[in-house]
Design a protein around this ligand. Structure first.
Ligand SMILES: Cc1cc2nc3c(=O)[nH]c(=O)nc-3n(C[C@H](O)[C@H](O)[C@H](O)COP(=O)(O)O)c2cc1C
Length: 208
């Protein structure tokens, strides 16, 4: 059975393009493999708290207050979801040239030294291995090429964070130019949808 973790992070509710794309991809996976187990973590709708002096110690060390214990429990739960997944699907809107802050807090809770990565004499080593990830990036502008490419602080950051944990087999599907008029937006969404349909076919074969 394939375990799929879907993470949504958009602040745009039902209007969210990334949420529509992750939902369509999940439906495709389910159609192809009705046994697939899909866990949905929507950090855009139910946000994860930012780290504070109280809670960062809990995630990195020992919880000493009720808030710290709650942060540790949430971190444990998010890491368990990550570890259980064969395929991780991330809906990632671009907010101010980076990932949504809601997605960043998810990373803040799952990157834990000694658990999802560790330092060795040879340097850092990711401990979340053997996974496939698909990152669906939605953007008003165009960053995969052209003059704004240098402003893309989203994809490199996500690549670094996933890679640091050992998730290196990652496919990026981009719906860009969403604010370049209705035709450009429809074409971008259709193209991303088609890319995801193709991936749905191969994902299950890879994870099986
Ligand atoms: C607060 C905010 C900041 C944004 N910043 C950018 C940006 O820096 N670059 C860009 O191309 N689009 C930006 N956008 C547009 C979104 O990336 C675009 O609307 C995308 O569809 C969002 O994904 P979603 O539809 O899943 O919410 C921003 C949107 C919001 C709400």
């Amino acid at each position: 059975m394939t375990n799929v973790l879907i993470i949504d992070s958009a602040a745009t509710g039902d209007q969210s393009v990334s949420r529509k794309l992750t939902a369509a991809f999940a439906a495709q996976l389910k159609r192809r493999d009705p046994q697939a187990r899909i866990v949905h973590r929507d950090v855009g709708r139910v946000t994860i708290p930012h780290l504070t002096q109280d809670t960062v110690a809990a995630i990195r060390g020992t919880p000493e207050t009720a808030a710290a214990a709650a942060a540790r429990d949430l971190s444990d739960q998010l890491i368990a979801e990550l570890r259980a997944a064969d395929v991780i699907v991330i809906g990632a809107p671009m907010d101010n040239f980076g990932m949504a802050s809601t997605l960043k807090t998810w990373f803040d809770h799952v990157l834990r030294a000694g658990v999802t990565f560790r330092y060795t004499a040879e340097g850092p080593q990711g401990l979340v291995t053997g996974k496939r990830a698909i990152v669906i990036e939605t953007r008003a502008g165009l960053y995969s090429e052209g003059p704004s490419a240098a402003m893309d602080h989203q994809e490199p950051h996500i690549r670094t964070l996933l890679g640091f944990m050992g998730v290196t087999d990652v496919e990026y599907v981009r719906a860009e130019r969403l604010a370049f008029g209705p035709d450009a937006a429809s074409a971008a969404i259709a193209e991303a949808g088609a890319a995801l349909d193709r991936l749905a076919e191969t994902e299950l074969a890879v994870a099986a």
